[in-house]
Design a protein around this ligand. Structure first.
Ligand code: SF4
Length: 318
């Protein structure tokens, strides 16, 4: 397996100005992703995981921090300088229906990036590329003339994936890519994403609130709470040996895979709501809901190694 770094972010921050004050959506987030790997990003809604994905794709400009792609700092590139990276880095959205223009036929939707980047010399080459992408994503080429409403939810997500792959990207952000689908269809789309990753040597940032899906598809995982990473590591180390109180609570809320797991599983119920990111708690942001919180948690917790390739930000490991 390749160990070459494709993408690295350092101390990434995103603040939004709101009528209630400055909202700290992402605060000091750092991670790296190696080529052909999948990094899962989990956390409740509003934890900043989608904002991270949007900063990587230049949909949002970071307030602070840096993004490196193949070692090059791409954070402050002009739109023109950024264009080659836009081609290499694509997005699969959560809701396939709202992200597809209902007035366009499937073939034209998939061809949009081909047209934008002038990737086909003529109409025949364009049609050939669309046909290849549709086949690759499990769609019949004759469906190219159909409109979005004529497809099922799973097929619409396949159209979104085909469109994302039209520029031959290296890196794809999948933002809740299967959340809107039925469970049986979710499995088909996840398997498609895995097959495409092998075939096309893709690297994924896979954002989801569904830990079972993230566990299935990811090599590494970061757990986010209120704009910050609280635990990170390889998928297997974090899954086997959850360390942060928030990660434990998050995993306890997912349905068990097996009967044995079901027996072992104890739901950890968190008190209170996620605090406002406009006025987050000082020190550990989780302290208002953490069963182990004490005075020491009013200081910013440090990162600690739990084991090889597994790190947690919590004073319980001091
Ligand atoms: Fe809980 Fe304190 Fe650890 Fe934060 S630092 S997770 S409040 S024990």
């Amino acid at each position: 397996m390749s160990q070459k770094e494709l993408l690295r972010v350092e101390h990434l921050k995103k603040y939004f100005q709101t009528p209630r004050g400055t909202l700290s959506a992402v605060e000091d987030v750092s991670f790296r992703i190696e080529e052909r790997q999948t990094l899962g990003v989990v956390g409740e809604s509003g934890c900043g995981k989608s904002t991270v994905g949007k900063m990587l794709l230049d949909i949002y400009r970071p307030t602070g921090g840096k993004i490196f792609y193949e070692g090059k700092d791409i954070t402050a590139l002009s739109p023109k300088e950024r264009r080659p990276y836009v081609k290499k880095m694509q997005l699969v959205w959560q809701d396939p229906y709202s992200s597809l223009d209902p007035r366009l036929r499937a073939g034209d939707i998939i061809a949009e990036p081909i047209d934008n980047f002038r990737l086909a010399a003529n109409r025949a080459e364009r049609a050939e590329k669309v046909e290849r992408l549709m086949q690759m994503c499990g769609l019949y080429p004759e469906m190219a003339t159909h409109y979005p409403h004529q497809f099922s939810g799973g097929q619409r997500q396949r159209i979104c994936i085909a469109r994302a792959l039209a520029t031959d990207p290296e890196f794809v952000v999948c933002d809740e890519a299967v959340s809107a689908l039925d469970v049986s269809i979710q499995a088909q789309i996840i398997n498609l994403l895995k097959d495409l990753q092998d075939e096309l040597r893709l690297t994924y940032l896979f954002i989801s609130h569904d830990l079972n899906i993230v566990h299935f598809i990811s090599d590494e995982i970061i757990v986010m709470y209120l704009g910050q990473i609280v635990e990170r590591g390889t998928m297997e180390t974090v899954y086997r040996n959850r360390a942060h109180p928030y990660t434990k609570a998050l995993f306890s809320a997912t349905p068990a895979f097996t009967a044995a797991e079901k027996q072992k599983k104890q739901r950890i119920l968190l008190e209170g709501d996620v605090p406002s990111p406009v006025d987050p708690p000082k020190g550990c942001r989780f302290r208002g809901r953490c069963p182990y919180a004490d005075k020491r948690c009013e200081e910013e917790p440090q990162w600690h190694a739990v084991e090889d390739n597994h790190f947690v930000k919590c004073r319980l490991f001091d």
